[in-house]
Design a protein. Structure first.
Length: 392
C-alpha cells in the first residue's frame, strides 16, 4: 500500500532544528526528574508494601494519608487507582519499615482505615473477610442450624458469595440484595449473611510485598537486559552494514529511551517491570525502523553512485516514508487503545508504548540519519590525515 508517493522532503537539511527539538525534550526530562527528586520507581524496584483499597464513596486522600502516618506507616505514594468511572480506589505505597509484611501490613492498613470508616455494628465485615471466618460465622448462625445445612454445603456457598463479591461487585458489596441472585446459594445462607455480617465502607482488593534485596536484584536485571540488548543490536548492525551505522542506530535508541523516561518524570509516573518490558520492545521497534532506512541507503548507494550522502539519506527516507507512516500509524492506534481501555494496571506499559512509538519513529528519521551523516563526515575527514601520516 502506497500512502505517499514521490515525496521530496529535505529532512537532512533541517537536521539542526530536529536535533534542537530532541535536546529540548531531553532537557525537559532532566528538569522534570530533578524537580521530582529522581525517577519514581515502583515497588518492583524499590521494595515496599503496595495496598489497593476500594471505597464505597470517594475517599479523602489527605485524611487517609494523615491517618496512616499517625500510625507510623511511612507512605511513599498515595494516588487514585481508576479502573472505571466512580471506582473510588486508592493505591497506597508504603515504604518497608520495621516488621511490615503481607499480613501485618494489611492488618495495620485495615485498622487505620477502620478509624476513618467505622462499622455500624460489631459484626463480621463481609467486605474484608476470608473464607474461614465467613464459614464460621454462617455455620454458627441459628438460621443455618435450623435449616440443617452441612458444613461442606455452607463452605461451598460461602465460596460462591466471596467469588460474587470479588468478581461481580469488584471487591466491595454495597447492599446485601446484590447477593440475592448468586447462583447456587441457599436463601437461608443469604439471610444468615445479613444477620451475622455487616458491610464496611472499604475493602482491601489486593496487597503486594517486595523486599529491598529483591528490588535491588530486579534493578540490576533490568539494567543488564537493556545493555545486552543494545550491545547485541550494535553487533548485528555493524556486521550487516558498517560499524558507524550501528553506532548511529544505538545512539538513536538511547535517545528514545532517555526521552521516554523523561516523560515518565514529567508526568510523575512510576517505572515498573512492565515499563522495562515496554522499553525493550520499543528498542527493537525503533531499531527495526532505522534498519529499514539504512538498508535503503545501502541499496541506493549501489544504484546512484553520483549522489552525495545527504542526498542519499533524503532519497532513502522519502522512499520509505509511506511505509514508516503506515506501520507506525497502525501501531500507534493499537497502543492508544491499550492506553485508553487497558485500565490502570497496564497504564505504565501502555504509556511507555505510546510515547516510545512516537519518539522511536521520530528518531529513525530525524536522529539516526543525521548522526550517520556526522559520523561518515568524521571518517572522511580522518582518512586523508591517516594517508598523510603513512606517507611521512
Amino acid at each position: 500500500m502506497q500512502l505517499l508517493s514521490e515525496t521530496k522532503i529535505d529532512f537532512i537539511g533541517h537536521r539542526k532544528a530536529f536535533i534542537g527539538l530532541s535536546l529540548v525534550l531531553m532537557l525537559a526530562g532532566v528538569v522534570g526528574t530533578a524537580l521530582n527528586g529522581g525517577l519514581k520507581f515502583g515497588i518492583d524496584f524499590k521494595g515496599g508494601t503496595l495496598v489497593y483499597v476500594k471505597f464505597k464513596d470517594a475517599p479523602n486522600v489527605d485524611a487517609v494519608r494523615a491517618a496512616l502516618s499517625s500510625k507510623g506507616l511511612s507512605v511513599a505514594t498515595l494516588q487514585p487507582f481508576t479502573e472505571g468511572p466512580d471506582s473510588h480506589e486508592l493505591k497506597i505505597d508504603l515504604d518497608l519499615a520495621g516488621d511490615i509484611v503481607e499480613t501485618s501490613g494489611k492488618a495495620q492498613v485495615i485498622e487505620t482505615l477502620r478509624d476513618l470508616y467505622p462499622l455500624d455494628s460489631e459484626k463480621l465485615d463481609f467486605n474484608n473477610t476470608g473464607i474461614d471466618s465467613l464459614v464460621q460465622a454462617l455455620y454458627g448462625s441459628a438460621k443455618v442450624q435450623s435449616a440443617g445445612l452441612a458444613r461442606e454445603d455452607v463452605t461451598q456457598q460461602a465460596e460462591a458469595l466471596l467469588e460474587a463479591r470479588d468478581e461481580e461487585q469488584s471487591g466491595l458489596v454495597n447492599n446485601f440484595s446484590d447477593l440475592a441472585s448468586v447462583s447456587g446459594v441457599n436463601p437461608d445462607i443469604v439471610t444468615a449473611l445479613q444477620e451475622e455480617t455487616t458491610l464496611g465502607g472499604f475493602a482491601i482488593r489486593g496487597i503486594e510485598v517486595v523486599g529491598p534485596r529483591i528490588g535491588k536484584q530486579l534493578q540490576w536485571v533490568a539494567i543488564r537486559a537493556t545493555l545486552f540488548a543494545l550491545v547485541g543490536m550494535l553487533i548485528y548492525i555493524a556486521f550487516r552494514f558498517q560499524w558507524i551505522y550501528g553506532v548511529a542506530a544505538v545512539v538513536a535508541v538511547f535517545h528514545d529511551v532517555f526521552i521516554t523516561l523523561g516523560f515518565f518524570s514529567i508526568f510523575g509516573r512510576e517505572i515498573e517491570l512492565t515499563v522495562i518490558v515496554a522499553l525493550l520492545t520499543l528498542m527493537g521497534y525503533s531499531m527495526n525502523d532505522t534498519i529499514v532506512i539504512f538498508d535503503r541507503v545501502r541499496e541506493n548507494t549501489k544504484l546512484t553512485r553520483r549522489l552525495s550522502l545527504p542526498e542519499l539519506l533524503n532519497l532513502s527516507i522519502n522512499q520509505t516514508l509511506s511505509r514508516t507512516i503506515l506501520t507506525s500509524g497502525l501501531t500507534l492506534v493499537a497502543v492508544l487503545c491499550l492506553f485508553i481501555f487497558g485500565g490502570e494496571v497496564l497504564r505504565g506499559l501502555s504509556f511507555a508504548l505510546v510515547v516510545g512509538v512516537l519518539v522511536g519513529t521520530y528518531s529513525s528519521i530525524f536522529i539516526a540519519s543525521p548522526i550517520l551523516l556526522w559520523g561518515q563526515g568524521l571518517l572522511a575527514a580522518k582518512a586523508p590525515n591517516e594517508k598523510r601520516a603513512r606517507r611521512n
